[in-house]
Write a protein that binds this ligand. Sequence first.
Ligand code: D5M
Ligand code: FE
Ligand code: ZN
Length: 530
Amino acid sequence: MPLEGPARIVSELTSRGYNAEREAVTKIASADDSRAVLERVIESLPEGALVVTTDHVDAALDGSQLTGPSSDRSGDSTDAAAQSAASPSTTDPSVSTGESSPNSTHEVGPSPVETEGSSSVADRSVDPDLRSLEISNDMTGASTGTGEYSDFVSVFRDRLDRLGSKLRSRVNHRPATAIESMPGGEEVAMVGLVNDVRSTASGHWLVELEDATGTFPWLVMKDREYVDLVDELLCDEVLAMEGTLADDSGIAFVDSMHFPDVPRTHEPSTADRPVQAALISDVHVGSQEFMADAWNRFADWLHTEAGERVEYLLLAGDMVEGVGVYPDQDEELDIVDIYEQYEAFNEHLKRVPGDLEIVMIPGNHDAVRLAEPQPGFDEELREIMSAHDPRIVSNPSMVTIEGVSVLMYHGVSLDEVIAELPEEKASYDEPHRAMYQLLKKRHVAPQFGGHTRLAPEEQDYLAIDEVPDIFHTGHVHKLGFGKYHNVLAINSGCWQAQTDFQKSVNIDPDAGYAPIVDLDTLDVTVQKFS
Ligand code: D5M
Ligand code: FE
Ligand code: ZN
């Protein structure tokens, strides 16, 4: 007797306005006549029930007379179509992966998902006791900045304190004002924020560093090895310089440059069991280009055996398309009301298994303040996006799942890193390389006053104080991953086909892919749904 596939059952339930526990779906799917059981379950649901539980299924099975002959459903083409739609091909999405990532893999070639017979029925039973999810650095509700000058002073002081502490033990540093009064020819070192970078008439580079006492100019000679690092510098990042004072002590010649960086010895933590997380972003519901079919295939796949180990879903911003984000954006809106966009997003979220642990941060298209750090959604939006009770936290936030820490950041600063750095160090084709730069600078949005809007707070929530095991961003709509000093960097692509603007600037988005991370090994597989 053919089975009703879990994906088909979920879509049937969703279309009638219900969510379901994974186990409940599994139970229905394994019944002798799952279609009849499904109908019976729906009929017998208590009034007001929104989530179909295993108890509902048990009750329906107990009270039913479903042992009689069922309609012959072999050759039911609708069902077959739904099943194959729920079976994504795992193909090479021509994503870029860092060569320094021997442990990162993505499957190449088709890896068929069973769609027939009992093996297609996912045993989605999950044990909540095995799970753990902790959030740190969530600044929702903790914003104190009013945008006054004093706020800028305190946020930069905090940045210099925190990131400087990672450098102060490595160099014999002195304050800017003390360096000025040292005798010429002395070896000196300083830890400071990059205040300015400019080339000199003779082709050398002048880097001005600032600390709490003042500024001091450092000259990087064009023939020194460190000159290669100058094109990586962004204003306001924290650096240490070592060098030799000029005779008049007005400038120092750079001998070495140090970034706060991730120690090469960093050993990532892993989960104790084979459990997976799906890392996605940029859903853009409400846009005419939102790829509902690809999303549905992804959601349905999570209900199949192939997706059963995915117990966590991380969403790194741009849930909806928003309104008024870019000029002429309204011409490509499918839903013009922002609340209706979130309602539609919630409907799409309902389709994923109800027992997934979901974490969401906002992005630049979302209805929260644009300046970073962005607090998590307000109460009204939380109520709208309540399907499966997601954890809603700030952009950025650190999420630790089963011991694996994941720094989630939407990624607006990546545009700036890509614009300012040479192609081989950061590009849209290899977004993870731009992420490496942020890890090296230990800051998700170093540069103030550029494209990325920053809100000064008492503390610098954008500094990467603790080294994460995984760094997850989105925003640039390109899929790419790789390892930097053992930290897995993943930029997760999007669920929005190319917009007119993207066409005009030649951005070819990677839409409809879900990178899946094995939390016990930090290996990556990419599932394609588009
Ligand atoms: O950003 C998606 C990507 O496209 C990101 O790299 C910014 C870029 N983008 C998209 N639209 C614009 C406009 N109008 N100006 C500048 N850059 C743009 P997302 O945040 O999803 O729109
Ligand atoms: Fe986006
Ligand atoms: Zn974005």
